[in-house]
Design a protein around this ligand. Structure first.
Ligand SMILES: *Cc1c(COP(=O)(O)O)cnc(C)c1O
Length: 394
């Protein structure tokens, strides 16, 4: 075995990240324990204010997960039975699960083959077609850390009176330049509501589950704040003004996220540098030219926040063979996502069928996420590309 053969590359190395921020996190965690102040309080309102400032939004409401962020936003916007919600079939389950849990109907628009994000032209086509339910909301997902093409989506939402909810679970720290604005707007501040996740594998991860909903609509912000705690009145205990739930962010998660937030932009830059290195190494190995590996395309390369690489996801030939070869060589990799939402068995009642959304279906057969976490070393990146080159050169 050569030395290179012994380099292991995990999909994610959270221990490496923790080692770099332990001194900032642990005293704050300790303080929560000393005070036994686990529910809401200054820890939660503090991180909410920091995140509202970072994201440039009026309201930020800490919640129990990214899934609950979506659920709460949809509930607060009044989405329910009889409503249609337009979204992408190429996403994590929670995007669609939240819609159906409220009795609403997901309406799938196919994706753009380059960005893997919802294709505005397909949304337009869907809106012009004969639909089983009246669309009330639109949920684009900023997949893998690159914004969906928001200008046409915002125009369609406005023209059709749709509530626009950004699923920004994979895209904290991204921005998008809308027409008419000089500076790009941070993701999460573009639509009626933005939903984030602090799941440990997201770019800003907590020590467990957590999430955030953002909005610039102060009335909606107040409603979500109330609905997060069973719809309670802001000052009067046991008086409930909405039907909400328990969607609170834990104080422990709040201090972890707060301690990590100042590092987020550095981590995003490191992820981008890794992506650039992969692109160069894959090209130098001849894999791009031979059409074996097609690296992800940055739609807005001039904006450093235009892609923050929660995942680095090329399309590859012989995906499942390569997946096995990388696994056997000790290189972590994963498929996001192997089954598009319309083909999931639990959504069979919606009548989805093979061939209905061909771009998403093809993507689900060709994508392969490679490790891109900030602490990755050059030797590890070289090792990943070497294993890929060896697989195709076999
Ligand atoms: C992670 C994720 C969610 C859900 O977030 P949780 O915190 O795990 O509940 C929703 N949508 C997308 C696109 C995600 O990647």
């Amino acid at each position: 075995m050569s030395q290179a053969d012994q380099i292991k590359v995990p999909m994610l190395d959270l221990q490496a990240q923790f080692a770099s921020v332990r001194g900032e996190i642990m005293p704050r965690v300790q303080e929560i324990f000393e005070k036994q102040s686990f529910i809401l309080g200054p820890a939660v309102s503090g991180v909410e204010a920091e995140l509202a400032d970072y994201l440039g939004v009026k309201c930020a409401v800490g919640v129990s997960s990214g899934t609950d962020a979506l659920l709460l936003a949809l509930m607060a916007l009044g989405v329910g039975p009889g409503d249609g919600v337009i979204t992408t079939p190429f996403t994590f389950f929670a995007t669609v699960g939240s819609i159906v849990r409220l009795g609403a109907t997901p309406l799938f628009a196919d994706i753009d083959p380059v960005s893997f994000n919802i294709d505005p032209a397909q949304v337009e086509r869907l809106l012009a077609s004969d639909l089983p339910v009246k669309p009330k909301a639109l949920i684009p997902v900023h997949l893998f850390g690159q914004p969906a093409d928001m200008t046409p989506l915002l125009e369609l939402a406005q023209a059709h009176d749709l509530k626009l909810i950004e699923d920004a679970a994979q895209a904290i720290g991204c921005s998008y330049a809308t027409a008419g604005h000089e500076r790009p707007t941070m993701i999460g501040g573009l639509g009626h509501a933005g939903c984030f996740s602090f799941f440990p594998s997201k770019n800003l991860g907590g020590a467990g589950d957590g999430g955030l909903v953002t909005t610039n609509d102060e009335e909606l912000g107040r409603r979500m704040l109330s609905m997060r705690t069973h719809g309670s009145h802001p000052n009067e205990k046991y008086r409930h003004i909405h039907i909400g739930g328990n969607f609170r962010l834990d104080a422990l998660q709040a201090v972890v996220v707060s301690a990590k937030l100042p590092h987020l932009d550095d981590w995003s830059r490191a992820r981008r540098a890794n992506a650039a290195d992969y692109r160069r190494l894959l090209t130098e190995a001849g894999l791009v030219e031979r059409g074996l590996v097609s690296p992800p395309v940055e739609l807005w390369p001039e904006n450093w926040r235009g892609h923050i690489y929660n995942q680095f996801v090329p399309r590859v030939k012989e995906r499942d063979g390569l997946l096995a070869a990388l696994g056997a060589a000790g290189v972590g990799c994963a498929v996001y996502y192997p089954i598009p939402m319309h083909l999931l068995e639990c959504f069979a009642y919606l009548g989805g069928r093979e061939g209905q959304l061909p771009v998403a279906e093809q993507a689900s057969r060709e994508v392969l996420a490679l490790p891109v976490y900030p602490e990755l070393t050059m030797a590890q990146k070289e090792r990943v590309v070497q294993v890929i080159a060896d697989f195709y050169g076999r």
